[in-house]
Design a protein around this ligand. Structure first.
Ligand SMILES: Nc1ncnc2c1ncn2[C@@H]1O[C@H](COP(=O)(O)OP(=O)(O)O)[C@@H](O)[C@H]1O
Ligand code: SF4
Ligand SMILES: [Mg+2]
Length: 318
């Protein structure tokens, strides 16, 4: 794998409650804690975890929308700073869950799609118009879509518009933050297939954020599992689905209904994810872990290799 984007020890902390109405003390919320992760050229990496685990925060860091509190990012080997972000910003685009909120209702599709090019400033109006026309076709929208406005389209079509917009500056990576979650189930597979097709055609990499492992199963090369802002497992799709090493990954898989699976379903973990304001000591998963032992409460497990293409942060993997 040739790394495209590399995250090294990325932490994102939000200071909350500072000088608020009730004079609460400042508290630090760790939305991401020392995350090391790379997305390869042309790769699809899924970022999964339950709501509040820090997926969007990390996706925003990768897309340059959220500055990390600590750690560094590299793009094609170069450390990203204010100057190098200029190129990376074009090469990394993002598609959000809500395809309506993300589109300016007063702009026709022809302008929405090439807005990133207009901001860049290095394309003529004719070049932008030609690019918009080509993109509308690539994402499977009718030609006359160009002169229409977002509200005239269905949810699935709007997500196609958002995808066309992300594609317009010819990115190397698209961060897709739960791009299917707001769509009808019948539409989800169409948009998923479109994303696959566009990837082959454009040599794109995806950071595909999802709370649902079933959705990512057919699309991804590798999976990164987040829990309370920490990576708990990173593995190739094959390894992760065949032999998950972290108890949390196992629990996530057990909660996914899948055809042809022998393992009994519904063996989900009890309890809820603790607040990121007060993460448990040691392994943050220990209060919910069926395998927890004394060592787990005292010692933070490192994300160590457990087999080829597989790393897990657990003292007792497997
Ligand atoms: N701007 C912010 N200010 C304070 N807390 C935030 C902010 N953004 C996210 N959080 C908190 O960070 C944690 C991770 O959120 P998020 O990245 O949205 O998770 P996910 O996308 O996995 O649901 C949550 O506890 C959330 O409440
Ligand atoms: S380190 Fe201990 S508590 Fe954490 S996941 Fe592994 S067995 Fe469970
Ligand atoms: Mg999110």
């Amino acid at each position: 794998m040739t790394p495209l984007v590399e995250l090294q020890d990325i932490s994102v902390r939000f200071e909350i409650g500072a000088g608020g109405l009730f004079g609460r003390a400042r508290r630090t919320l760790a939305a991401a804690e020392r995350v090391c992760l790379a997305v390869g050229e042309g790769e699809t990496l899924a970022l999964v975890g339950e709501s509040g685990s820090g997926k969007s925060t990390l996706g925003n860091v990768v897309a340059g929308l959220q500055a990390p509190s600590a750690g560094s990012l590299r793009f094609r080997g170069r450390l990203l700073d204010a100057a190098t972000w200029r190129e990376a910003r074009r090469a990394i685009q993002i598609v959000f869950q809500d395809p309506f909120g993300a589109l300016d209702p007063r702009m026709p599709v022809s302008e929405i799609i090439v807005e990133p090019l207009r901001i860049q400033g290095s394309f003529s109006a004719a070049e932008r118009a030609a690019r918009a026309a080509a993109l509308v076709e690539q994402v499977g929208l009718p030609k006359d879509a160009l002169n229409r406005y977002p509200h005239e389209f269905s949810g699935g079509q709007r997500q196609r518009i958002a995808i066309a917009r992300a594609l317009s500056p010819r990115p190397a990576l698209i961060v897709a933050d739960e791009p299917l979650s707001a769509l009808d189930v019948s539409i989800q597979s169409q948009v998923l297939n479109l994303m696959k097709e566009l990837q082959e055609r454009n040599g794109l990499a995806y950071l595909f954020i999802s709370h649902d492992l079933a959705v990512v199963h057919h699309l991804v090369d590798r999976v990164a599992v987040l829990y309370l802002g920490r990576l708990v497992e990173v593995a190739t799709r094959e390894a992760l689905f065949a032999h998950p090493q972290h108890p949390y990954t196992r629990a996530l898989l057990d909660s996914v209904p899948r055809i042809g699976r022998r393992r009994p379903r519904g063996r989900t973990i009890g309890g809820e994810m603790p607040s990121p304001l007060a993460p448990p000591p040691g392994c943050v998963f220990h209060p919910r872990c069926p395998k927890a032992q004394a060592r787990c409460r005292a010692e933070v497990p490192a994300l160590d290799e457990t087999g080829p293409g597989q790393r897990a942060a657990c003292h007792f993997p497997g």
